[in-house]
Design a protein. Sequence first.
Length: 268
Amino acid sequence: MEHLCKHPPNARQVTVPLVRRDSIGTSHHVLTFEFDEPLTAQAGQFAMVRGATWGESPFLPRPMSLMSGGKRPSLLVKVVGEGTRRLASSQPGDLFSILAPLGQPWSDCPDDRVPVLVAGGVGVCPLLFLARTLVAKGRKAVALYGGRSAGDLALEDEIREATDLRVTTQDGSAGDRGLVTDALPRLLEQIRGRAKVYTCGPEPMMARVVALAKQAGVPCEVSLETVMGCGYGVCLGCAVPKADGGFLYACSDGACVDGYSIAWEKGP
């Protein structure tokens, strides 16, 4: 069952079944849904997702980055609260209300620049979508993927297949020991000013990536992850302070924005 959504014009509000839930360890799950008509999403866009039979709790849908579009779009869930716990415990056949696609996608990477993807934890989701989009265009990105431990690298195999991947973990259980941002300066030096950086992950990580990209003199985009109620600029609950004053809204101005436009010291 489907009807057109007034805001924004490209999004559709649909009720669709879950067709697959793939568990990765105990806290990460990939959910795949069945759409009647293909979801024309671009890398970096997101969906507002809520179980159709959840009742009043949790009341608000959850904003989730899309990992793919098409007739069977998917997304990655990490269990952190009631909403994500209910998403993670869902079964094939369960119905979900989904508003998608929402937000601004990643911008194109010019032919004369090397796409560099920096992912932290579940921030890998929109970057994997981007990596696969680049592969479809005959290009291959360089990716840095980090987490506290190997268990935080939920989509390591998938992004390794689509990129030239380097892995870091804080405890040394996978790849090099350290922060994902520790490896970025050396990589940017190797590329010598020809990179375009795309990043998604925890706020301190993204702030550091933006600072390193600025030092290297290369463009940098971030995918903002904030709490939001509507997903299309009505509730104004996802205001992010701008570097030049005022605010932007992560749902409608983002999620993908110029990293230099954010006042990181004030926090998104």
